[in-house]
Design a protein around this ligand. Structure first.
Ligand code: 3ON
Ligand code: FE
Length: 484
């Protein structure tokens, strides 16, 4: 059979597995320098600091972690000032990080499959999981906080990135209490966050923090069944949670055979429960609607229109395998289902949900204008695959105009691999997409990372500036920008 040229192109991959794997090497060194290897020009109006978090170590003294989500949190800080940029990175010195560094071996079980050496016998009945701080980092109320959803935040010095201890918000959190890695800041400048304490029934806590970084309100709710909820959305009046259709069998975890997350199985044909909790007036009842959504890690945004709530989310048909004997470095992208953007329309009077696919492209780490959180919005940005269909590593930034259904793509393929983009509004901007997108791009050709700055109005004109770091940064999770 003779293939048409476009089919041949489609068969060709935009990446090699070997190039992609390079971004999963540990970074041991802690750096502190002005970036001087720059292509293009840093916009002088771009002033402030970008903080990023993610696993910095993918092994402990050569013993490989089973999954990147088990890696110790490392904070990177890029400060933009008067057209220059400064880089610094530092590990969050959690108790577990320090103990394993000293011992030179894995001492704890990780949530996503990392085990102590010695097989199940070495892990049986060990329920102590390692508390890491690798998922997000926010600067709020003059506090720099490293977040991980299963326990309390770590407080860091925003300049030196030194770990100062845990943050309990004047005793509102108790020791070991969860505080999620996905806070949302509403239009009034209130930070809203949640916490999940799973069990046979699950507790959902909702926190509101003022701009001084104090918790001013804490609600508790109990919902039926086990929950794995990584992210949520807010609107003016509601907090909304998608209870993924999963079952949890803790026995293999107790017996030392597998980790907690490996005991979670997606129940493909079960509905997702959408839990709608009023933000004010807690006497108003919680509403639970049902839909078919597969598995969700991240939402983009939500907003109310009349009696409807509209929510945009990234949905997977199933969870990627984290099986005990698998190696994430050998991921067969074609065998996993891609994350795709869906819109959910919740009709509150009729208790019905409609959903539709927004775009077929594989994507993850969505973002948008910070002032439109919980409100209607027009532009969505996300890391995405280079090609418009199929599952592949994130190599591109995709912009969607939800109003005019227009799309733009900036791609770093074949040797570039991308993490979460952050949208930074231009000071005094008048339109929603007037600003910059900044992302870390792992360049496999030079085994180093670049800080890439794009004009969010037009991604396709190419990068405004590309800042070459002296080293790579392992693929990260989330981060945030502060104009301070
Ligand atoms: O038994 C419970 C179950 C459970 C899963 C107890 C629990 C609370 C300890 C728990 C813990 C959950 C945790 C710690 C989740 C952490 C998640 C995390 C660190 C990251 C999630 C990232 C999500 C995505 C979609 C990343 C995508 C990355 C790429 C596409 C490639 O770079
Ligand atoms: Fe996340």
């Amino acid at each position: 059979q003779i293939l048409e040229p476009q089919d041949q192109q489609n068969l060709q991959k935009s990446y090699t597995l070997k190039d992609w794997q390079g971004g999963y090497e540990s970074l041991h060194q802690e750096f502190d320098y002005w970036i001087d290897d720059i292509e293009g020009e840093i916009p002088p109006e771009l002033q402030g600091t970008l903080f990023r978090n993610g696993p910095g170590l993918l092994d402990i003294n050569g013993q490989k972690l089973h999954h990147p989500f088990d890696g110790d949190g490392m904070i990177s800080r890029i400060t933009f000032t008067n057209g220059r940029a400064h880089f610094r990175n530092r590990f969050v010195t959690t108790a577990g990080y320090l103990a394993e560094k000293k011992a030179g071996k894995i001492l704890y079980r990780g949530v996503f499959g990392t085990q102590k050496l010695g097989g199940w016998l070495a892990n049986i009945f060990d329920f102590k999981i390692k508390h890491i701080a690798n998922t997000n980092v926010i600067y709020w109320g003059k506090k720099l906080l490293a977040l991980w959803e299963a326990s309390e935040p770590y407080l860091l010095n925003p300049h030196t990135l030194e770990t100062l201890g845990n943050e309990y918000f004047n005793g509102v959190l108790s020791k070991g209490e969860a505080f999620s890695a996905h806070p949302r800041i509403d239009a009034n400048g209130t930070l809203v966050n949640f916490a999940i304490t799973p069990g046979l029934s699950t507790t959902i806590n909702i926190f509101e923090l003022n701009t001084d970084g104090e918790i001013t309100n804490k609600q508790n709710h109990s919902v039926a069944g086990f929950c794995f909820i990584h992210d949520f959305v807010i609107t003016e009046n509601y907090c909304i949670f998608f209870q993924n259709p999963v079952s949890f069998n803790p026995i293999p975890f107790a017996l030392g055979i597998s980790s907690a997350a490996q005991c979670i199985k997606v129940q493909k044909n079960q509905p997702t429960k959408i839990i709608i909790i009023p933000r004010q007036n807690p006497t108003k009842k919680i509403k639970v609607l049902e839909t078919q959504a597969g598995f969700i890690f991240h939402h983009v945004n939500a907003f109310e229109v009349g009696n409807e709530i509209i929510i945009d989310s990234i949905c997977y048909e199933s969870l990627p395998e984290v099986e005990p004997n698998s190696d994430y470095r050998e991921t067969d992208f074609d065998a996993n289902s891609p994350g795709k953007l869906w819109r959910f329309n919740l009709n509150l009077p009729t208790n019905t949900v409609e959903n539709h696919l927004i775009d077929d492209r594989s994507c993850e780490f969505p973002t948008m204008h910070p002032h439109h959180v919980g409100k209607s919005y027009r532009y969505l940005y996300t890391a995405a695959a280079h090609k418009s269909t199929g599952n592949a590593p994130l190599q591109a930034i995709f912009k969607l105009d939800l109003e005019l259904q227009q799309r733009q793509l900036w791609s770093a393929a074949p040797a570039g691999f991308i993490g979460e983009p952050i949208f930074i509004p231009r000071p005094n901007s008048q339109t929603e997409d007037d600003g910059w997108l900044i992302a870390l791009v792992y360049d496999a050709e030079h085994h180093r990372s670049d800080v890439v700055i794009l004009d969010a109005v037009n991604l396709e004109k190419g990068e405004i500036a590309k800042l070459h770091l002296k080293h790579h940064i392992p693929y990260g999770l989330h981060g945030s920008f502060t104009p301070e």
